[in-house]
Write a protein that binds this ligand. Structure first.
Ligand code: ZN
Length: 627
């Protein structure tokens, strides 16, 4: 695919949790918690903005009749939205400003907190607090300057735990954790470049040592458009490797939607209208499970003819997703139904050829027409069909502007319409914060050293260039640096870096959940190596046992017989081996060394440096031969 020729433009929004002592607008610890306190139930209602408009997205969400349950772990009134927010966390602001300075961004003079309407219940307030802290700047990626547009400080949303019918369940532990949001200009022109830019921004953030890590602590949103398509916002890409795939699939989807538009025009479709009709009677004796379930629950089957659309609903728009899937997304979102059935996939779902003919006859659908069925509560089904019709109308214009959610396979699904400008308004509970000289001085201290300086420092410590590059890209960079500082005199820095970069990668390959391995365990191991209690060769086996069995490094070393031996102890063991093999030693002379080495290593592997063993073996064999 020649991405330049389709006019691909991608912009990135990177969201990263900051490592602070408190939440952004209250003094609770910004940690996930399994503790359970009271449960709150809330419904959100849309209201007019100060400009007199109602946000379309908010209105739709309210019409869906959803409500929200919040699990709490404490009794914080700010999180429950029963008390005004406390002052903006200064530490979070200083970290965000430090990152802004590192990107050459210009900090604002005064920070104004704004409210951004969020209608999915992920905030108890019905809005997310966000503050612009810097503008402009750039990050260099592969010799190209990628401009930064804005840097904001935001509160993270509540953690979604699941859905049950009309209820969505959230946990409040994550709500209010400080986030930095970095938005690039839409200048990225290939899927791979999008990944590289995200990697470079993530690395710069980690270089500060003041950001959180682990699953869900960094999230990427992508804005993707092609020439003649539309700006589509894709939310929640958690893994870097998925970014190119998401971009590729979105380009494919937009191109396919443009082809569908062309085909609709070729077929002379200019005004799309349709009248939903009740078809329940036709399905009284149906064997289709989907249909039966709806009718038995007192629901209805409602259908709608789509003139001239035959074959288009079954068209693939992205991997495994059809134009019919796009229609179904709208039906689900606006109608709250579980899906639709369209004529390009029939007969199917237990619906027979005869039933298809009967539906065609009832809807007056000709050979070249398509139709859509929804089996659900009557009112919901009608709302769903209305949404399907609206989506087909949009198809005639091309690609609709949407907010979509990234799926695990790199495709996306419709999440909601793109919110309008009416969604932002000032947070009147928090006074503006002056960006003072003192604050900028604090930020200056947090500003990370340039990558080249860090790499040079690693080189001076004897870390190879290759390992150093991997270390700065590693999510545990902060741990590597902390352990080098604490133990670097007794354990070579390259050993520490390699343990975290190379050994952990090997363990991941062996099925160890490396991400869940606590830093404290890795530190325990480095400390044991520093004290000579285990050798570095034993590290992998010990961490494997720690990761798989949840025991401490000390317990693992004991269990595996990997406790280090002193040189004297090693000498005694080698002596024992020589004595047992004395006849062979006498017979082979010097050539017996490799034999003894093998036998000694089977007792000493991982417990003392192999070179030491080799020395002792040579010495002991020679002694035996002299006797
Ligand atoms: Zn709180």
């Amino acid at each position: 695919m020649e991405y330049r020729s389709v006019g691909l433009k991608v912009g990135l929004e990177v969201h990263q949790q900051l490592l602070t002592r408190r939440k952004l607008f209250c003094h609770c610890p910004p940690e996930l918690s399994e503790e359970r306190g009271a449960t709150l139930v809330r419904r959100l209602r849309p209201t007019r903005s100060e400009m007199g408009e109602v946000d379309a997205a908010a209105l739709f969400e309210w019409r869906r009749g959803r409500y929200y349950e919040y699990e709490t772990s404490n009794t914080c009134l700010v999180e429950a939205d029963e008390e005004p927010p406390h002052e903006l966390d200064r530490e979070a602001l200083a970290i965000a400003l430090g990152i802004a300075l590192a990107m050459g961004s210009s900090p604002v003079d005064e920070v104004y907190v704004m409210r951004k309407i969020v209608i999915d219940g992920s905030n108890t307030t019905g809005f997310q607090r966000t503050a612009l802290i810097a503008l402009g700047g750039a990050i260099e990626v592969g010799g190209k300057e990628v401009p930064i547009e804005t840097i904001c400080l935001e509160e993270d949303a509540a953690r979604k735990m699941g859905e049950e019918g009309a209820k969505t369940i959230y946990r409040l532990d994550r709500l209010g954790v400080p986030l930095i949001e970095i938005a690039t200009a839409p200048v990225i022109s290939s899927p791979e470049e999008a990944r590289e830019v995200a990697l470079a921004i993530g690395r710069l953030l980690r270089l500060t040592g003041r950001v959180r890590r682990g699953i869900g602590t960094i999230r990427q949103d992508l804005n993707v458009s092609i020439a003649g398509g539309a700006k589509v916002e894709i939310k929640g890409v958690q893994r870097l490797e998925l970014i190119p795939k998401v971009v590729e699939q979105e380009v494919k989807r937009q191109l396919s939607l443009l082809e569908i538009r062309e085909e609709m025009r070729r077929r002379g479709l200019s005004e799309i209208s349709a009248e939903p009709q009740e078809l329940t009677q036709l399905f009284q004796g149906s064997k289709s499970k989907v249909i039966r379930r709806a009718i038995d629950a007192g629901g209805a089957v409602v259908g709608m003819r789509l003139r001239g659309m035959r074959g288009l609903l079954g068209r693939e728009v992205s991997q495994g997703r059809r134009f019919g899937t796009e229609l179904a997304d709208y039906a689900r979102f606006y109608g709250g139904v579980s899906g639709i059935i369209h004529s390009d996939e029939l007969p199917g779902y237990g619906i027979t050829e005869e039933e298809v003919s009967a539906v065609r006859a009832a809807l007056g659908a000709a050979e070249e027409d398509a139709f859509v069925l929804v089996a659900d509560q009557r009112e919901r089904a009608l709302r769903a069909l209305e949404a399907v019709l609206e989506r087909v109308r949009l198809a005639l214009r091309g690609v609709p502007e949407e907010t979509r959610a990234a799926l695990e396979d790199g495709t996306t699904r419709f999440m909601r319409p793109r919110p309008g400008a009416a969604r932002m308004y000032p947070e009147t509970d928090i006074p503006p914060v002056q960006v003072t000289r003192e604050l900028l001085a604090e930020a200056e201290k947090i500003r990370p050293e340039p990558l080249s300086v860090k790499l040079e420092r690693f080189a001076r410590m004897g870390i190879s260039k290759e390992l150093a590059l991997e270390a700065v890209n590693d999510v545990r960079l902060d741990l590597i640096e902390r352990l080098i500082e604490a133990y670097g005199e007794k354990v070579q820095p390259s050993v520490i870096a390699s343990l975290i970069v190379v050994t952990l990668r090997g363990l991941r390959g062996k099925g160890v959940d490396v991400e869940a391995l606590p830093d404290e365990r890795i530190e325990e191991l480095v400390e044991m190596i520093a004290r000579g209690e285990v050798s570095k060769e034993a590290a992998e086996a010990i961490l494997e046992a720690v990761g798989k069995e949840g025991i401490s490094c000390r317990e693992a070393a004991e269990k595996l017989g990997l406790r280090a031996v002193s040189e004297e102890e090693a000498e005694r063991i080698v002596e024992g081996v020589v004595r047992e093999s004395l006849a062979e030693v006498k017979a082979r002379g010097q050539r017996a060394i490799s034999l003894i080495m093998g036998r000694a290593m089977s007792k000493l592997r991982g417990r003392i440096d192999g070179k030491k063993v080799s020395e002792i073996v040579r010495r002991k064999v020679e002694e035996a031969l002299r006797e």
